[in-house]
Design a protein around this ligand. Structure first.
Ligand code: MN
Ligand code: ZN
Length: 499
């Protein structure tokens, strides 16, 4: 079941009948409030008996002492206080959240004598709680009563974070809430089953961002035909569900300043088409729209926190199905750019969708840069597993900014090479290019395919096939759809592109 945390920031706690959490550093006593929870010093005794040394993300579960008004107490270890990063605070929040499934109210003491726990650290802690609280259970008709403390429906936990900086923390938390909502939106989109979320339904979700002040246009098949998007439309033609292109604009920057642009692959389900995939694991291909989900989630964050930047988000939404009308290996399609493409393998469809979306974006918006996200190749998982997403770029500065944002958010990127030897591998006998370059260097030749549609604009391609879904669970993510990319790109914008 998912847990809804109602978070407030206070200077003192009401502990009666609730849970209490105190944070402990291994080299400093972070918990100024521990005395309120534990007047007779039982926590220190329990820690000693249990050998609890406040190692990073370790948890001590303590039976509340008789003289404590709290019902249950947890101590969470942070490791060394002076080395705490923003990500450690996220993880601490996630770790706290994992202990609260049965709680209805909790007071969390974060302040430290002699240690500066700033408002942003407290907000990061709260963000970690919100990210950990997410779970996708829309289609479970029986909620697990044991987990649910006998309550029906979703559990609500009232969380009071106790800090001297309560009002500043509350302000910083507003931004954190926007980030959590955007990440959780992306997770929802990836987790939704493919019968429910087709191209039209996904476009309607994008349209909902209008509530936040985002301008949203939805292009239909006819409009895309007029624009000459033969590559995208070729993928869509085997499905009874018509394609859509959603264009989202957030105008938070200076009037007339060129925007930054994010483009997402939104294949709502990928069977492979006529080059059909094997049956095992095909259900995971409902997540082949993870790039589009991340772009939509990011637009939500930027609009909700009123980012001072002009942004364009474009997502190409199609379904790749085998059918009497589906495209064949050997077909030659003409992209919006005018370049022709020989389709060698209909399962290499993401690049066909993206190439028209990239060209359209560049042509219409002349952006400062374009970053596209796509669950593009299995080959990137062979190279990097689910630890790093693949980063390909024609621009060193953009690449460095992205890598740094990845380290800060732990949505990590690893830069992969480009080069004309690889580019040659997608030359075609019959057309300007073909849509696969063969088995070797598969994620690199896919990147080169995209690169042929970006001209001189600074561009980066993030291959998130290994990180957008099914990646290992951690302190802040227990969901199959991870929402990868939302925090990364929000950080990029925040660090470099807001006026
Ligand atoms: Mn495919
Ligand atoms: Zn695909």
């Amino acid at each position: 079941m998912s847990v809804k945390f109602e978070i407030s920031f206070d200077k003192s706690a009401d502990l009666a009948g609730g849970y209490a959490i105190v944070l402990k550093a291994s080299d400093a006593d972070l918990a100024a409030g521990a005395q309120a929870v534990d007047p007779s010093g039982q926590i220190a005794k329990a820690a000693k008996v249990a050998g609890f040394t406040a190692k990073s993300m370790s948890v001590l579960d303590i039976v509340a002492p008789a003289d404590s008004v709290a019902e249950r107490i947890f101590a969470i270890g942070l490791g060394k206080a002076q080395q705490l990063t923003a990500h450690d605070w996220l993880k601490a929040g996630g770790t706290a959240a994992s202990k609260l499934k049965n709680a209805t109210k909790v007071a969390i003491f974060v302040d430290a004598p002699g240690v500066d726990v700033g408002a942003s650290a407290v907000a990061d802690f709260a963000l970690g709680m919100l990210l950990r609280g997410y779970s996708f259970d829309t289609y479970k008709t029986k909620k697990n009563d044991e987990e649910n403390n006998g309550k029906s429906g979703d559990g609500v936990v009232k969380v009071s974070i106790i800090t001297a900086n309560a009002s500043e923390a509350a302000k910083a938390f507003k931004v954190a809430q926007s980030v959590a909502d955007g990440v959780n939106l992306a997770r929802d989109l990836v987790n939704e089953p493919p019968n429910v979320l087709g191209p039209v339904e996904f476009a309607a979700k994008a349209k909902e961002l209008e509530k936040l002040g985002v301008e949203v246009e939805i292009l239909t098949e006819k409009e895309m035909q007029k624009l000459g998007m033969g590559a995208l439309l070729g993928v869509a033609q085997g499905s009874v569900r018509p394609p859509r292109l959603a264009i989202m604009q957030w105008k938070g920057g200076k009037n007339g300043e060129s925007p930054v642009a994010f483009i997402g692959k939104g294949v709502v389900f990928d069977t492979g088409g006529i080059s059909i995939k094997p049956a095992a694991g095909m259900e995971d291909m409902k997540g082949d729209m993870g790039g589009a989900a991340a772009v939509t989630g990011l637009m939500h964050v930027l609009a909700a926190r009123k980012a001072a930047v002009n942004v364009v988000g474009i997502i190409g939404l199609v379904e790749n199905m085998p059918d009497g009308n589906a495209q064949r290996p050997g077909d030659i399609v003409t992209s919006m750019s005018g370049q022709t493409i020989e389709v060698i393998n209909t399962d290499a469809e993401g690049r066909l969708v993206l190439c028209d979306a990239l060209w359209y974006c560049n042509d219409r918006f002349k952006p400062k840069f374009m970053i596209n996200l796509a669950t593009l190749t299995g080959a990137i998982m062979v190279a990097l597993g689910s630890v790093h997403a693949g980063l390909f770029s024609n621009d060193d500065q953009l690449s460095e900014q992205l890598t740094a944002a990845g380290l800060a958010t732990r949505e990590k990127l690893w830069r992969m090479p480009l080069g004309k030897e690889y580019d040659k591998m997608i030359d075609s006998k019959f057309a300007d290019m073909k849509n696969t370059g063969g088995r070797y260097a598969g994620s690199i030749t896919a990147a080169h395919f995209l690169k042929r549609f970006v001209q001189e604009t600074p561009w980066a391609h993030l291959d998130i096939a290994g990180t957008a879904m099914g990646s290992p669970q951690d302190e802040i993510n227990q969901s199959w759809g991870s929402g990868f990319g939302v925090r990364l790109l929000d950080e990029l914008v925040r660090a470099h592109y807001e006026s």
